[in-house]
Design a protein around this ligand. Sequence first.
Ligand code: NAD
Ligand code: MG
Length: 396
Amino acid sequence: MAKNLTILGATGTIGVNTLDVVARNPEKFRVIALTGQNQIDKLAQQCRQFQPRYAVVLEPDKANALQTLLAGTATEVLAGMEALEFVCALPEVDTVMAAIVGAAGLRPALAAARAGKRVLLANKETLVMAGRFFMEAVREHGAILLPIDSEHNAIFQSLPANYDGDPARHGVRRILLTASGGPFRTRAVETLEAVTPEEAVAHPNWVMGKKISVDSASMMNKGLEVIEAHWLFNARPEQIEVVIHPQSIVHSMVEYLDGSVLAQLSNPDMRTPIAHSLAYPERVEAGVNWLDLAKLGTLTFEAPDFARFPCLKLAYQALATGGAATAILNAANEVAVAAFLDRHIPYLGIAASLENVLGRLTGLPAGSLEDLMAADAAARREAQMWVDRESRVARR
Ligand code: NAD
Ligand code: MG
């Protein structure tokens, strides 16, 4: 029986890789809904190729444009956040790939969890913002959660198949989360001030969307992933250790009480974790190059330098603070990264603004999803004020 998919964020890097794996296994997967935001031509082309029942965009004018491009096809075009939630909960859909970038991905991912779907979670922001509520929804509604983030997918594969969220019961001592160290791992710290957006998005090993590429350069991505691992595997912050591994071959590891360390290795190609989760517990072809260890020769590891990567430290601190702190961190980071990409603040302004916003807003309530949404909004306002102030100062 083919699995029926909704792919949120189909036009993005993860979405495109997902469709590539689907196209290689047409008898195993059927696309029911595709969603996108701005790239209407690309979404239309995907719809012509995969013939989903629904295509969803956020804005009505984009929906009209898409409708025109899809005239004469069987795909129905819908618009808005409710439509995104609707295609996550369709009875005929069993699997939802949650690959929207940023906080916008939370509501649809939550809708999929509440509908008891298999949720393939790429959107780490969902867990960073609202990990407690999302994991509760997964448990309460019997959803199956499979991590797409390569590190978390590696951890998932290195944990026992019956892992139930209790590290002690399974003899798990630590999670070793690997990080490439990004493009600035060895750059002189004094020159980080002058980093340009082009330099920050040029990742040595992975091709990704712009936002996550900047997050990889600052290691905020790893910070968000520490928080993600905390919620996914119920590990305490001090049980999650970041190890820099520049070759991006070992995607993460689990250390057990007897000293065993289990790892998942593969070439850095997101189609591996995507294919793993799409087919789980089976395996399908992903189109990736086979790993040639003899040709690689050397795999190296080093400890991260918190002075070089202050964002990583801020993420650990936010996780330790708990409550709304990680939602605040995530929202302020989205604003700061966008401002950096638009050249309104320098690279080092990202960490500086986060520190400022976290300092001002810690202590906001986090007792409900609405509280966290409000904390997210407050952090965006505060971060935007910081950005506006800085860019005024810079122009003078
Ligand atoms: P991307 O920028 O390439 O694509 C984002 C997708 O989301 C696009 O389809 C876009 O149309 C859609 N989108 C953006 N804003 C939206 C909004 N407000 N409402 C609805 N749709 C919107 O991003 P990506 O690299 O594919 O990453 C997607 C998610 O996966 C992110 O959360 C990222 O952290 C995570 N992730 C990505 C990678 C990777 O290798 N690219 C690895 C691990 C995790
Ligand atoms: Mg990752």
